[in-house]
Write a protein that binds this ligand. Structure first.
Ligand code: PLP
Length: 393
């Protein structure tokens, strides 16, 4: 689709052609089962091992600490259920998370609650930040796990993971972070930050869909969710998706190599977009933290036009721009207020109408400039609004 502008990288990022190339090669040339002992199998095993090293490097982990899964969702499920299904514990125990987690965490928490686990949902402030003092106060003698996302998928806010994980470590409690949105975009070094488990997903970093990983710090014990032939250290049985893993490894390597430069470039594009919007659309306001946010992530509200985000999204699509209203997972619930914005203190009307513009590797300044022409026209065509001077940076 020539000339279309893709600004929905938090939903998924297009496959990098360099990643597609190595995946194709693996698909065509390496069909063996990595568990087979013959040459074809050993060749496939080598590719899987190499990918494991590449993915581990992204987090400064060792390869043996990476468990490949079929998605970020599965990695999140494995982290939570894997801890709470350990049968050595006598009581179900207590889990601490935040109110703004992705459904992959929140729905797993609901399941655990039905099975006797008690869950504390920490509040967030108006920027979407968890207060470390709130975490410190939430521990109980039976707290077994803390799970707090590194970056929010709706508003892009980055949590203080170093501080939060340190608080859990001081109390001897495991700390998991869902880093699906932040991995490859902002650094996470497991040798410096005392996180015990990290979920990541290939398709958010220009890799293939349907491949994820859970970093599990050496020594942390988990119960598997999928039983079988014992692959992935017995934590995730199934014949490996070799080409997918090759793609994941390559995507992780590319993201790591350019992380700093790419973050600087995306912040510049984001700031250019925000400065342009301030001029062209005074009723637009930025949602989330002004700088503790993902480099390419902009979440916008439009004062007075909150009920119109779906119409706006569709009219932008017609004009050649792909963006989301809220998160991709909640797109079918777009007329409902966002639970993330409600938790941030927005009233139900303002919590309904957000536009999420998320930039990525192949976006250019000229695309942002085109968007700055298209968006005001689309917004102003909806219906007139009272003037509003509330652009928050
Ligand atoms: N966690 C977060 C924060 C996400 O944004 C997503 C996907 O949007 C997921 C988990 C789920 O990842 P996957 O799409 O690989 O299942």
């Amino acid at each position: 689709m020539p000339d279309r502008i893709y600004f929905d990288h938090s939903a998924t990022a297009p496959l990098d052609p360099r990643v597609a190339f190595v995946m194709n090669l693996a698909n065509v040339e390496t069909f063996g089962n990595p568990s087979s002992l013959h040459s074809e199998g050993r060749q496939a095993r080598e590719l899987v091992d190499h990918a494991r090293h590449q993915v581990a490097a992204l987090l400064h982990a060792t390869a043996s600490e990476i468990v490949f899964t079929a998605s970020g969702t599965e990695a999140d499920n494995l982290a939570l259920l894997g801890v709470f299904r350990l049968d050595s514990e006598t009581t179900p125990g207590h889990l601490i998370t935040s109110a703004i987690e992705h459904p992959a965490i929140l729905e797993t928490c609901r399941f655990l609650e039905h099975n006797g686990v008690q869950v504390t949902y920490l509040p967030v402030d108006q920027h979407g930040l968890v207060d470390p003092d709130d975490l410190a106060r939430a521990f109980r003698p039976d707290t077994r796990l803390v799970s707090i996302m590194a970056a929010n998928n709706v508003v892009g806010t980055l949590q203080p993971i170093a501080d939060l994980s340190r608080i859990a470590r001081e109390r001897g409690v495991l700390f998991h972070t869902d880093a699906v949105q932040s991995a490859g975009k902002v650094p996470l070094d497991v040798t410096r930050e005392p996180v015990d488990m990290v979920s990541i997903s290939a398709h958010k970093l220009h890799g293939p869909k349907g491949i994820g990983a859970l970093y599990v710090r050496s020594g942390v014990r988990l119960q598997p969710l999928i039983f079988g032939g014992g692959q992935e250290h017995g934590l995730r049985s199934a014949t490996e998706n070799v080409a997918g893993l090759v793609g994941f490894g390559s995507a992780a390597q590319l993201a790591l190599a350019d992380m700093t430069e790419e973050a600087v470039r995306l912040v510049q594009l984001r700031d250019h977009l925000l400065a342009g919007l301030q001029q062209a659309l005074p009723q637009a306001y930025l949602i989330g933290h002004s700088f503790k946010r993902l480099p390419g992530h902009v979440c916008l509200g439009f004062a007075g036009q909150e009920g119109e985000s779906i119409r706006l999204l569709l009219s932008l699509d017609e004009a050649g721009v792909a963006i989301s209203s809220g998160s991709a997972c909640s797109a079918h619930k777009a007329s409902e207020p966002s639970y993330v914005l409600l938790a941030m203190g927005f009233d139900p009307i303002r919590a309904r109408g957000t536009l999420r513009v998320t930039l990525g590797r192949f976006n250019t300044k000229s695309e942002v400039d085109r968007f700055l022409q298209i968006l005001p026209q689309a917004v102003n065509a909806l219906r007139p609004v009272a003037s509003y001077g509330g652009f928050a940076r």
